[in-house]
Structures are given as structure tokens and as C-alpha cells.
Design a protein around this ligand. Sequence first.
Ligand code: TRP
Ligand code: SF4
Length: 344
Amino acid sequence: MSTQRILSGMRPTGKLHLGHYTGALENWIEQQNLLQPDGTRAYETCFLIADYHTLTTSLDTTSIYDHSIDMLIDWLAAGVDPDISPVFRQSQIKEHAELFLLFSNLITTARLERNPTLKEQVRDLNMESMVYGHLGYPVLQAADILLYKGNIVPVGEDQLPHVEITREISRKFNIHFPHPVLGEVFPEPAPKITKFSRLLGLDGKTKMSKSLGNTILLSDTPEEVAAKMRNAVTDTMKVRRNDPGRPEVCTVFSYHQRFSSPDTLASVEAGCRAGSLGCVDCKKMCAAAISAELAPMLEKRRHFEARPELVREILLEGESKARRIASQTMTEVRQAMRLGEQGA
Ligand code: TRP
Ligand code: SF4
């Protein structure tokens, strides 16, 4: 059996935060680096910058390039290795648009309107302002995945409906358009939910999100992390230092669970409950634990920030690798669909 391919992507909204890291990026890198017992790579990994997808919610494209580069630097700083995993922008590979168009005819509008992720967005935005392309968001995502014949798609829970739609489109294509040699052109990709999908925001209310301004960025310095942490919401019943607290309702404790060592975690929990640990000290320890994990990333970020040409080259190189795969897939698609002379 050939190596399974992992394909995932993110919309370029600028610098990434800890929620992106624990919810996706960390897992991408783990899969990228995973080896089989014989020393070969367990997976092929490809990571996509979904710049077309940002158009469905905003036509302001002034920062689309800068945001893409900022996000790419975060990926590289966190450990995405462009020699192993091609990184590329959707908009630079024409085949995304082409396959999207063909796939648009393999799914009904009723099916797309039933998509729970879309329904949530309709509730939050309003239907009047929703563009045609927004309905097709998952169809473009299906093209992203299937163009590279992705077998595994690591995503957060909110993306599950999109992967389900991708599976349906793949089945429908394979049934309608058997390939004369390959039989089936597309795999039926499986989603892979990331374990730590949700990291609470500093306000303790919902998940970390740029629009809510409750984030710690991967690029925050130790001073910035400490300053943000001072404003984090804790157990509101613990007012004075010596009041006993309830770690299970505390946002800061949820960060300790992810970033502190088991020993620190145990002593924080005991100290909080006993009222011997104050929130100010507890937050300092938490900020230090987070910054310790971010330190190597900060250093790598500086390396890439100082070399914009290198970052650009990495992107162009990734795009030329991606283009080769995409164009091969489209040849097979055209053959299967009998479009053009190759289909005869
Ligand atoms: N829709 C995804 C998100 O918002 C981003 C994305 C675009 C994606 N294309 C993809 C994710 C393909 C996985 C595979 O996070
Ligand atoms: Fe939260 Fe730490 Fe304060 Fe306990 S001591 S409430 S865990 S910040």
C-alpha cells in the first residue's frame, strides 16, 4: 500500500495563537515527523494556505499576502519542515478553481444548506450578506483535499461536516466517472480530530479566537505573555490570596494542564485548593511555562523574519511541488470525465 497522505490547511488571518497550536499545528507537526519502525515516514504531509477561503467572509484583500506570510512563518517556527511538507497557497494553483467548478455539479444546494457549520454562520452573520461562494465553501475545501488525494484530514470538530461533504463528493465522482485505468480517481478521506481541540480564551468564556481578542500569540514575548496572563479570568470565588480556589473552573489552571509539568500541575492544584497559592504567583508560573514552550519558536521566527527572501522561496518551491501533483490529478479527472481528447 502506498503512503497515506495527510492534507490540512488554515485560512490566513495573520499571526497564529495558542489555540491554533494546540488545536491543529502541533498535531500537523507530530504527523509530519512520525516514523515507521523501518525508519521511513509514516505519512506524506501537505499544508495549504486557504487564501481563497477568506473571500467568502471578507473582500478586504489588502493584507492577504502579509497574513499568509505571517502564518507561514508561524508554521515554520513551530516545526513545519518545508523539505518534508510542501506549503502552498490555494490561489497560486489554478487547479483548485477548476476542480471546484466540476465538484459544484456533484452536490445539491439543499445538501450544502443542511451543513451545520454553515447554519451556525447564517445565525451569526445574516443570510442577506452571505455570498454565493460561501455556500460552496465546503466544495472548495473538497477540491483542496482531493486534488492532492488526501487520505487523512486533521481538523477541529467544526470542520467535520466539511470533510463529510468531501467524502460524499469523492464517492459521487468515483461512481459517475470511473477512470479507464485507475478505476477510482479519488480516495475517500477520513477526518482526524485533534485531541486538544479547544483551548479557552483568556476571558474564560469561549475558545481562543482572534476576533474576541482573548488570545496569546505564538509570537508573544515572555513579557507579553505575562502581561496578558495578569488579566486572565480565574476562579471568581477566590478573591484573596488565601481563599481556597477551584482549579476545575479556572482558565489559568486549564493552561497549566496543557503547559506545566505533572509535578507543577499537582502542586498548583493542591496549593490552590488549600489557599496557600495565590493567583498572582500561579499566573506567573503559568506564563513562564507557556513562554518556555514558545521560546524555540520565537527564536526560529526571528530567523525567518530576518530572511523574507528565504520564506518566499520556501513558498514558491512548495507551490511548484503542489502544482505538479494537482496537474496530474486534473489530467486523471479529465480522462475519467472524457473532457478533451485524452478522454477518448
Ligand atoms: N476550512 C478550514 C478552516 O477554516 C481551512 C481549510 C481550507 C482546510 N481547506 C482545507 C482544512 C482543506 C483542511 C483541509 O480551518
Ligand atoms: Fe486559578 Fe491558580 Fe488562582 Fe487557583 S491559584 S484560581 S488555579 S489562577
